[in-house]
Write a protein that binds this ligand. Structure first.
Ligand code: NDP
Length: 339
C-alpha cells in the first residue's frame, strides 16, 4: 500500500489578512519514484514572511502561488529512497520541499536540493542562521550596508531569523549593533544573549517623539547602516536618525504584508542626507551564498553566532504558526517539526 503524505495546500487567496481558511490539509498517497527522483522525509519546514506575498495574485518579484497546490517552503530532511546516484538513503538535505511531510525531488535539476553536513551544525540551522535567512542578513549587511568598524548599524525585527544574524555579524565587524524589536523579552534577548549594544522596544514607544528619543539614546552617534525588515513608522524613525552618506538595505516591509499601506513620511531625507537605499532579493545573489554560508557555518559551529527557534509541533499547526509569524508571535526562526 502506498505511503500517505500530509500536505498543506493554498485553498484560497486572502482578501486582507490571511486566515487559517486560506489553507487546506490533505492526505495524498506517495507515487512510485521515477528514474532520477529522490524521496525525502522532511524533518523541518521553514515558515517565512515571503510566503504571505505569494498568497496574493499581485505583481511581485516572483509569480503567485497557484491555488490548490502545496504551499511553497524551504525544508530540511533525510533521503529515504533514491533512484539517483547523486543521493543515497540517509543523506541529509536542504531544499524547497514545501508544506508536506515527504517530497519527491528530481535530483538532476540544478540547485533544487543540496546535501548538508550535520557534524557541527544542527540540521534545522540550515533553514535559519546557516540558510536563506542567514545569507539574507549577510548580503544586506555586507554588500549594502557596507559596515566599517565603529559605525552604528540598526536592524528591525532584531530577534528574528534575519535580524538576529544581522546584529551579530555587525558586531563581528566591529560595529555598534542596535536592534528594534517588539516587547521587553525580545529586547532583553537581543542585548543579553545575542550581544547587541542596545535594543529599542517599539511597543513601548508608540508615538514618533518617544520612538525618536529611544533611538537617539540607543544610537547616540546617529545611524550609518540600516537593515530594514519592517517599514512604516519604524523606518520613518530610523530615517530621521541616519547620518550623511548612510546606507539602507531594504530587506522586508513586514508591517504591510497583510495589505496595509506602508507610507514613507519624509523621503526628502534621502536627498538631504545623501543616503543610498537599495532593495534586494537574496535568491538573486547566488554568487555570494558560498562565501556567506562559509562564514555563517563557521560562526554557528563555534558558538559565536547564536540563534533561537520557535517550533510548531506538527504539520497541522503550520497555518496557525505562519499567521503568528506575521504578528510577531514567533521568537526567533519559525519552524514546523514534521517528524
Ligand atoms: P522574523 O523571524 O523576524 O519574524 C518576523 C518578525 O517581524 C516578527 O517576529 C515581528 O517581530 C516582526 N513583525 C511582524 N509584523 C510586524 C509589524 N507590523 N511591525 C513590526 N514588526 C513586525 O522573520 P524573518 O527573519 O524570516 O524575516 C525578517 C524580514 O526579512 C521580513 O520582512 C522578510 O520579508 C525579510 N526577508 C527578506 C528577504 C529578501 O530576500 N529580501 C529574504 C528573507 C527575509 P517583533 O515582535 O519584534 O515585531
Amino acid at each position: 500500500m502506498a505511503m500517505i503524505n500530509k500536505q498543506v495546500l493554498l485553498a484560497s487567496r486572502p482578501t486582507v489578512e490571511a486566515t487559517v481558511d486560506n489553507f487546506r490539509l490533505v492526505e495524498t498517497p506517495l507515487p512510485a519514484l521515477a528514474e532520477g527522483q529522490v524521496l525525502v522525509r522532511n524533518h523541518y519546514l521553514s515558515l517565512d514572511p515571503y510566503m504571505r506575498m505569494r498568497m496574493n495574485d499581485a505583481k511581485s518579484y516572483a509569480a503567485p502561488q497557484a491555488l490548490d497546490t502545496v504551499m511553497i517552503g524551504g525544508t530540511v530532511g533525510e533521503v529515504v529512497d533514491s533512484k539517483n546516484a547523486k543521493f543515497a538513503v540517509g543523506d541529509k538535505v536542504v531544499g524547497m520541499g514545501g508544506w508536506q511531510q515527504y517530497s519527491v525531488v528530481d535530483g538532476n535539476l540544478p540547485g533544487v536540493m543540496r546535501k548538508v553536513d550535520t557534524t557541527h551544525v544542527p540540521l534545522s540551522a540550515y533553514l535559519g542562521a546557516v540558510g536563506m535567512p542567514g545569507v539574507t542578513a549577510w548580503y544586506g549587511l555586507v554588500k549594502l550596508c557596507m559596515p566599517k568598524p565603529g559605525e552604528t548599524i540598526v536592524v528591525s525585527a532584531a530577534s528574528g531569523a534575519v535580524g538576529s544574524a544581522v546584529g551579530q555579524l555587525a558586531k563581528v565587524r566591529g560595529c555598534r549593533a542596535v536592534g528594534i524589536a517588539g516587547g521587553a523579552d525580545k529586547c532583553r534577548y537581543v542585548v543579553e544573549e545575542l550581544g547587541f549594544d542596545a535594543c529599542v522596544d517599539y511597543k513601548q514607544h508608540r508615538d514618533a517623539k518617544s520612538l525618536d528619543a529611544a533611538l537617539a539614546e540607543a544610537a547616540p552617534n546617529g545611524i550609518d547602516g540600516n537593515f530594514e525588515n519592517v517599514g512604516g513608522v519604524i523606518l520613518d524613525a530610523v530615517l530621521r536618525r541616519m547620518n550623511a552618506f548612510g546606507r539602507m538595505a531594504l530587506c522586508g516591509m513586514i508591517s504591510g504584508y497583510d495589505g496595509g499601506a506602508v507610507p514613507l513620511s519624509n523621503p526628502s531625507l534621502i536627498l538631504t542626507q545623501r543616503l543610498r537605499l537599495e532593495g534586494f532579493i537574496v535568491s538573486e545573489h547566488m554568487e555570494v551564498w558560498p562565501e556567506a554560508l562559509k562564514e555563517l557555518g563557521g560562526l554557528v559551529a563555534t558558538g559565536k553566532l547564536k540563534y533561537r527557534e520557535s517550533v510548531a509541533a506538527r504539520i497541522e499547526e503550520a497555518p496557525e504558526a505562519f499567521l503568528g509569524l506575521l504578528k510577531g508571535k514567533n521568537f526567533g526562526k519559525q519552524l514546523v517539526k514534521l517528524i
